[in-house]
Structures are given as C-alpha cells and as structure tokens.
Design a protein around this ligand. Sequence first.
Ligand SMILES: Cc1cc2nc3c(=O)[nH]c(=O)nc-3n(C[C@H](O)[C@H](O)[C@H](O)COP(=O)(O)O)c2cc1C
Length: 213
Amino acid sequence: MIKKNAIFLLITVICVIIVGFIILSKTTNQNEKEGATMKNSKTLIVYYSRTGNTKAVAELIQEKVGGDLVQIETKEPRPKDYRTEVEQNAQEQESATLPELKTTITNFEDYDRIFIGAPTWNMALPQAVVSFLDSYNFEGKTVIPFNTNGGYGPGSTFRQIKAGAKGAKVLEGYSVKGGEEINGTMLAIKGKNKAEVSKEIDTWLEKIKQLKK
Ligand SMILES: Cc1cc2nc3c(=O)[nH]c(=O)nc-3n(C[C@H](O)[C@H](O)[C@H](O)COP(=O)(O)O)c2cc1C
C-alpha cells in the first residue's frame, strides 16, 4: 500500500515538473516574440541628395521623429558637372539602368517606418533611388515619401516610390521647392527658408499622424 502511494506520488511530481516546463517554455517564447516586435519598432530616414536640399529635409524629419539617417550613394561617383549629370541621368532613366549602390542597410528588416527622400530629376526619381527600392523587401512596412525639386513639383517620384515599395503602406508625401542648380542656386533650404520648411514639415507630420512615436 505504502509502495503504491509512493509510486503515485512520484508520478504526480513528474507530471507537475513536465507541465511546469511546458508553461515556462511558452512564456519565454512569448517574451522573445514581444521583444522582437519592440526591436522592430524602428524608423529609417533614407535620402538621395546632390546639392543638400533633400538632405536638409531629411535632417529636419530626423529632428522631429528620431530614427536612423542614411544617404543613398552610388558605387560609381556621379558627374560633378550639372549638364553631364542631366545627360547621364536622362540616359539611365531611358534605359532603366539601375546604378549599383555603395550604401547597404544590413539591418533593413529591423525598420518598420521608412521615410524615403529624393529630388525630382527629369520629372522622375534619380535611378539610384529606383536601385534602392529594388534592393529591399518592403512587405508590411510603412513608407513615407518626401521630395525637393527645382520648382516643377515631385513629378512621378511619389508614384514610383509607391510602385517600388511593394507590399508597403505608403502615406501621403511632402514636397517642397529646393535648389535651382540650372540657375546657380544649390542649397536653398537654409536660414529663414529652412525655418519655414520646418514648420511645413510639422504640419505634414501631424496630418499623417507621424509626429510622435
Ligand atoms: C539631373 C537633375 C535633373 C533635375 N530635374 C528637375 C526636374 O525635372 N524638375 C524640377 O523641378 N527640378 C529638377 N532638378 C532640380 C532638383 O530637383 C532640385 O534642385 C532639388 O532641390 C535638388 O535636391 P538636392 O539638393 O537634394 O540634390 C534637377 C536637378 C538635377 C541635378
């Protein structure tokens, strides 16, 4: 009788230990998953800029929402001369060439909110930005475009970003007049104008509910 009771007790203890282990491992798993989600809640601000206007907007956005700032750069240096760049860009757009990028974002999957900034080139995206869009998986991300231009607006840049960032939720973009290199004005988003642009960015971020995160 005593022997039977002892066996029963032993089996009960073993069962309690096994159930305990199962519960503990499930909790750890849950915590790991939550940890991963928290880690994923990150902002990336990526931009392409030749004369600093799009860069200035990118920096203002970073001041307001935080996150990591990354400049898109090509492996091959771009022409310094404006006319040469205009011609090379037109050719690349025409032939849908994707220039190789020097920039790589190894932890891209960690980001869930991605601001993408580009100037208008020939009323479209510089092909380096198309290369960037082609290089990463945007599934499930929130993408927020921004643009600077010489006075003719964003052209097809926002549409191209939307088409390129497949599977992403794309929010309303922000576009502002930047430089006019053609007339000798390089960086225009500075001083008093920069303060104005900063206010516009506040209004835009508030409208798309991205000011606080
Ligand atoms: C190759 C090239 C093509 C451009 N094409 C246009 C254009 O089609 N429309 C426009 O409004 N501005 C155009 N611009 C002007 C830029 O969009 C404007 O200066 C912008 O603010 C530059 O941004 P960044 O200073 O960040 O390089 C062009 C500039 C370059 C260099």
